[in-house]
Design a protein around this ligand. Structure first.
Ligand code: NAD
Length: 487
């Protein structure tokens, strides 16, 4: 392999994991997995289809019906989840190395994501033992209480951006609440997902509770969505895929949680702390290679500070260090896959006709290969431009001026998406009023993307359906049966 860095002991194949065993596809089919620096095939992964999903769902159904997992005390499940967190934490460097190699994420950022995966398990391990449910008494007449129950086999379908961490965000609550699962990870990045099986075995998760089927979305993903014995689908991915899944799940009336795409605005008012706003909006769209659902990929700037902002922002974007994913100084690595690279480069070329290019605009010097893209900034982008409206999911940002608060709000809300918004102002009233009017599931005021795991996570409009995070995840993965007793 011509890549500059190859981790030691890479697997020689990536298999499914069904009922406690690593297995190939029933039909023996595989697909190629590329690493994004050389774009060479480094491993083949089992290409799951309906027959493999059927086996995985059968194993998960058996594990759910026969137990012990769904019937264990929350404290017992919690212990297993804490052990999972301990193991993930103790292997953070190896996980980061593999994730960075497979996805092109800068190694330091992949390390942060591995630790967050451990934290997700720890969080839901704690939450489930603290879970309290409602009881109501009507004196002399009735007692009513909530009997919370796991639902069954949860189908988890995940994307290729920060794959291991996003899988943990679903696996943690699904398992904490006593469900059994079938995970279908993204086909671009199956490497880190294949490590869950060993981690879970070591932590003592009973056989059949966790099942993994690799494969393409339209094969394995589709079969999972259409399986009649899978009552829940938690999906993270593109809005268009979400629509397809929504339609395919409709005949079964499945529970759906959808975390979809975004085109989130960062609004910088004239009274903002400009240094902080520039640092944060640079991080907001260029960290994780711009492959971040909550990326602040549209920056709206008050006209009074517009020219200064654009000049300083472009200068800083040019200083963002593009490099090999495995190098500790790298801030933007390689995009995940040549197909995605082509898509992002298509938007870069389109941007040259829709805005004023002030930084980047192609492959960075010295990195004219693989899937590297220079941090790219377009100014003077009109709201009807495609680069203003469509999710690019790469290190590309559009900057647009506004004249007053009303126009800022109109521009902020002028896309089909509504995932996140970032507001920069020192006027407290304006900040809160704007936050309440902006169409976004999550708003950060003078701050960046950090959040408490108890808060709701999710989007409005085309960015999602339902919320995860804290008790909302527990609610999604459980039934709340009401029991009424006459006194
Ligand atoms: P994608 O929609 O192409 O794929 C996501 C997953 O769905 C993959 O596992 C894929 O195999 C599967 N899939 C594809 N077609 C399917 C079908 N017909 N039936 C069932 N499964 C199918 O998304 P992606 O390109 O992997 O991920 C990037 C997208 O994810 C971006 O739009 C990003 O904004 C979004 N995202 C959202 C959040 C969030 O929390 N809102 C987080 C991360 C990523």
């Amino acid at each position: 392999m011509s890549s500059k860095f190859v981790p030691e002991n890479l697997p020689t194949s990536i298999q499914h994991y069904i009922d406690g065993k690593f297995v190939d596809s029933v039909d023996g089919d595989t697909f190629d997995v590329l690493e994004p620096v050389s774009n060479e095939v480094y491993v083949k992964a089992a290409a799951g289809k309906k027959a493999d999903i059927d086996l995985a769902v059968a194993a998960a159904t058996r594990a759910f019906k026969e137990g012990p997992w769904p019937k264990m005390l929350p404290r017992e499940r919690s212990r297993v989840l804490h052990r999972i967190a301990d193991i993930v934490e103790s292997r953070d460097a190896r996980l980061a190395e593999l994730e960075s190699f497979d996805s092109g994420l800068p190694i330091t950022q992949a390390l942060g994501q591995a630790r967050r995966a451990a934290e997700n398990f720890r969080f839901f391990a704690d939450l489930i033992v603290a879970q309290a449910d409602d009881t109501f008494k009507v004196p002399g007449r009735q007692i009513n209480y909530v009997n919370r129950k796991p639902i069954g086999v949860a189908g988890l379908i995940t994307p290729w951006n920060t794959p291991f961490m996003l899988e943990s965000w679903k696996l943690g609550p699904a398992l904490a609440t006593g469900n059994t699962v079938v995970l279908k990870p993204a086909e671009f990045t199956p490497l880190s997902a294949s490590l869950w099986a060993g981690i879970f075995e070591e932590a003592g998760l009973p056989q059949g509770v966790f099942n993994l089927v690799n494969g393409l979305g339209e094969d394995a993903g589709d079969a999972l969505v259409k399986h009649p014995d899978v009552p829940l689908i938690s999906f993270t991915g593109e809005s268009r895929t979400g629509q397809t899944i929504f339609g395919n799940a409709a005949p079964y009336l499945k529970g759906l949680s959808m975390e979809l795409g975004g085109k989130s605005p960062a609004i910088v008012f004239a009274d903002a702390d400009l240094d902080a706003a520039i640092d944060a909006t640079i991080f907001g769209v260029f960290s994780l290679n711009g492959e971040r659902c909550t990326a602040g990929s549209r920056i709206l700037v008050h006209r009074d500070i517009y020219d200064e902002f654009v000049e300083r922002y472009a200068a800083q974007a040019k200083r963002v260090k593009v490099g090999y994913p495995h190098e500790a100084t790298t801030e933007v690595g390689s995009l995940v896959h040549p197909e995605h690279f082509e898509k992002v480069m298509g938007y870069v070329e389109l941007g040259k006709t829709e805005g004023r290019l002030v930084a980047g605009g192609g492959q960075p010097e010295g990195f004219e290969f693989g899937n590297f893209v220079a941090p790219t900034v377009f100014a003077d982008v009109k709201p009807d431009a495609r680069i203003f409206q469509e999710e690019i999911f790469g290190p590309v940002v559009a900057i647009t001026p506004f004249d007053d608060d009303a126009e800022a709000l109109e521009l902020a809300n002028n896309t089909r998406y509504g995932l996140a918004a970032y507001v920069w102002t020192n006027d407290l009233k304006r900040a809160h009023n704007f936050a309440q009017s902006v169409e976004a599931g999550m708003v950060w005021l003078n701050s960046n993307n950090v959040r408490d795991l108890r808060t709701p996570f999710g989007g409005v409009k085309a960015s999602g359906l339902g919320h995860e995070g804290g008790y909302r995840s527990i609610d999604f993965y459980t039934d709340q049966q009401a029991v009424h007793i006459t006194l």
